[in-house]
Structures are given as structure tokens and as C-alpha cells.
Design a protein around this ligand. Structure first.
Ligand code: SF4
Length: 78
């Protein structure tokens, strides 16, 4: 099973570009807003979908996700 398949089986939603896959599990999210403060164009809770991976380089998105305290956000660089 790939990382992607495994996380989706655990209840994560997946958002994907050619460079990165971002996973988010709503019921783990503590709404600490580290992600929103990191880049509110990539992570915008007022939008659906609320994750827009076209708004920043994959490396920057990965650094922001590293600050997520809950494990609600994860990523896999391609
Ligand atoms: S940083 Fe993590 S816990 Fe905080 S709002 Fe974003 S996804 Fe949720």
C-alpha cells in the first residue's frame, strides 16, 4: 500500500500537484491555525477546497505543514 493509499484509508483527504501531495484529516485538526498563519493563500478556511497548492512552492508548503501541531496535515514530496 502506498503512503497515499494508507493515509486515505485512515480518513485523510488528499490534495495533489506534480510536486507534492498534501493530506488533511479534519477530525485531528485543532484549528491552531499554524497553517493559515504560514500562508493564508494556500490554507484558506473560507474557501472550498480550503487547500490551494498552486499558491506557493512545494518546499514552502512542506515547511508550513511541519509546524502543524496535531498531525492533521501531512505531505509527501514527489
Ligand atoms: S496547523 Fe494543523 S491543527 Fe492547525 S489549523 Fe492547520 S491543519 Fe489544523
Amino acid at each position: 500500500m502506498s503512503v497515499k493509499e494508507d493515509l486515505i484509508a485512515q480518513g485523510y483527504k488528499a490534495y495533489e500537484t506534480d510536486e507534492i501531495i498534501v493530506f488533511w484529516k479534519p477530525d485531528l485538526c485543532q484549528h491552531a491555525t499554524e497553517c493559515v498563519r504560514g500562508n493564508n493563500k494556500v490554507f484558506d478556511p473560507s474557501k472550498r477546497p480550503w487547500v490551494d497548492l498552486t499558491q506557493a512552492p512545494a518546499g514552502e508548503i512542506a515547511e508550513i505543514i511541519d509546524r502543524c501541531p496535531s498531525g492533521a496535515l501531512k505531505y509527501e514530496l514527489k
